[in-house]
Design a protein around this ligand. Structure first.
Ligand code: OSB
Ligand code: MG
Length: 388
C-alpha cells in the first residue's frame, strides 16, 4: 500500500473536568490527528503526546514538527507491504515514539479498512469485550474523591486507579481503602518519588493494591528493581517502557511484575504487540493505559486491548467521562458490567466525525504540500542526506 499523503490536524478539545497528576493539571487537550491517504483509501491515527513535555519528552508541538519535517518525508510517496516496514522507514529518527505511532497506527487502520476487516482481527486479537477501569485525578479533598469513586463504581468500572504524589498519598489511599475494603485498587505516581521515599512507599503494602504504577523516574529501570525488592506490592511500569527492549530489561532485572502498554509510548501497534507477546511468555500481566485520548486514539486502544496478554482492566473508558462530544461515532460506551464491546466494523470500527473535527481544528496541513514545496523540500533532503 502506498502512502500518498498525510493530512495532519491539531484539534482543541476541552475536558469535561480538569485532570490532575503529579506532573500537572490538564484542562484542555491539543490533539494531533493524522489521516494517511493511500492508493487504497485512508486510515486515522492520533498523537498521544501531552500539551507539555511532562509525561515524556514529547509534546503536541514537537510531534507536529517531527511529523512535518522528518517523518512525513520518510514515508510519503512510498509503497509498504506492512506496518513493520512503515516503522522501519522512520527508524533514522531517534525517539519521538508518539509521533511515529500516529503514522504507524493510521497505516494499520488503512490496511484493515482495505481488507474490510476489523483492526483487532488484523492484529490477532480474540477478545470481544474488554474489562475497564478508570484513572482518577488528584482531588483537593477526600470527600470529592470518594464521591467520584462511588460514581465510577456505579457506572460499572472494575478497577479504580488513584493518582498520587508526595503529600497526597498514604492518607488518601488509607481513606479510600477503609471506605471500599474489597474493590480492585491501584495507584499511579507518574514518577513523583525517589528511592529515598522507599520507607513511605513500603507503607502502601498495607492497602492490598493490585500494583503501584511508575513510582520512580520516567527512564530509570534499575532503581525500580531496587524498590521492587523492598515491596510486596507489584510495581507496574508505564513511563519507563519505550519498547520491547525496555520490557525485557525491566523483567530480567525484576523492576516490575506488571506492565502498562501505551500505543503511543512504544511507537505503535507492532511494538505494542511484541511487548504483549513477550510478557505473555514471561507470565507478566499487561493492560492498556490511556493518555486522555480522543475517540481516534481510544479506538486504537480498544483494538490493541483485544490481544491475549491484556488480562488486567485498562484505563480505556467511555467517551463521556472525558468529552461532552467525542470526535467519532458511535462514541465509546461502557456496559453496566464494566466492559467495552470491541467493534466489528472495518478498521478501527468507529467513524471520524469530519464536520465536528473541522470545527475543532486549530491548524491543518497536508504533506507533501501541494504548491511551493518550500520547507518540505528542505526537510526531505536533510533527512535523507543528513549534513553533519
Ligand atoms: O500515567 O497513565 C498515566 C493521563 C495522562 C498522562 C499519563 C497518564 C494518564 C492517565 C489517564 O492515567 C488515563 C486515561 O484515562 O486516559
Ligand atoms: Mg501511568
Amino acid at each position: 500500500m502506498k502512502i500518498q499523503s498525510i493530512h495532519a490536524r491539531e484539534i482543541a478539545l476541552r475536558l469535561r473536568k480538569p485532570f490532575e497528576t503529579s506532573f500537572g493539571v490538564t484542562q484542555a487537550r491539543r490533539i494531533l490527528l493524522v489521516e494517511l491517504k493511500t492508493n487504497h483509501g485512508s486510515g486515522w491515527g492520533e498523537v498521544t503526546a501531552g500539551e507539555g513535555p511532562f509525561y515524556n519528552p514529547e509534546n503536541t508541538d514537537t510531534a507536529w514538527l517531527m511529523l512535518r519535517n522528518y517523518l512525513a518525508p520518510l514515508v510519503t510517496g512510498k509503497d509498504f507491504a506492512d506496518a513493520g516496514q512503515v516503522l522501519h522507514a522512520m527508524a533514522p529518527i531517534r525517539g519521538h515514539e508518539m509521533a511515529k505511532a500516529a503514522i504507524e497506527s493510521a497505516f494499520w487502520d488503512a490496511l484493515a479498512r482495505e481488507q474490510g476487516v476489523p483492526l483487532h482481527q488484523v492484529l490477532g486479537g480474540s477478545r470481544t469485550e474488554l474489562a475497564c477501569g478508570v484513572s482518577l485525578g488528584i482531588e483537593t479533598d477526600i470527600h470529592s474523591l470518594l464521591e467520584k469513586i462511588a460514581q465510577e463504581l456505579e457506572a460499572g468500572y472494575q478497577r479504580i486507579k488513584l493518582k498520587i504524589k508526595p503529600g497526597k498519598d498514604l492518607a488518601v489511599v488509607a481513606a479510600v481503602r477503609k471506605h471500599y475494603p474489597h474493590i480492585a485498587l491501584t495507584v499511579d505516581a507518574n514518577s513523583a518519588y525517589t528511592l529515598d521515599d522507599a520507607e513511605l512507599l513500603k507503607q502502601l503494602d498495607d492497602f492490598d493494591l493490585t500494583y503501584i504504577e511508575q513510582p520512580l523516574e520516567w527512564n530509570e529501570i534499575f532503581q525500580h528493581a531496587a524498590l521492587q525488592r523492598q515491596l510486596k506490592t507489584p510495581i507496574c511500569l508505564d513511563e519507563c517502557i519505550h519498547g520491547l527492549r525496555d520490557a525485557q530489561a525491566a523483567i530480567a532485572l525484576g523492576a516490575c511484575r506488571v506492565i502498562n502498554i501505551k500505543l503511543g509510548r512504544v511507537s505503535g501497534h507492532g511494538e505494542a504487540r511484541r511487548i504483549q507477546q513477550y510478557c505473555l511468555q514471561q507470565g507478566i500481566p499487561v493492560w492498556c493505559g490511556g493518555m486522555l485520548e480522543s475517540g481516534i486514539g481510544r479506538a486504537h486502544n480498544i483494538a490493541m486491548s483485544s490481544l491475549p496478554g491484556f488480562v488486567l482492566p485498562g484505563d480505556v473508558s467511555a467517551s463521556k467521562r472525558y468529552w461532552p462530544e467525542d470526535v467519532i461515532e458511535p462514541e465509546v460506551t461502557i456496559k453496566p458490567q464494566g466492559t467495552i464491546r470491541v467493534p466489528q466494523g472495518p478498521g478501527i470500527g468507529f467513524s471520524p466525525r469530519l464536520d465536528y473535527i473541522e470545527r475543532l481544528t486549530a491548524r491543518k496541513e497536508e504533506w507533501p504540500q501541494r504548491a511551493g514545496a518550500g520547507s518540505y523540500a528542505v526537510a526531505r533532503s536533510s533527512v535523507e542526506n543528513p549534513v553533519t
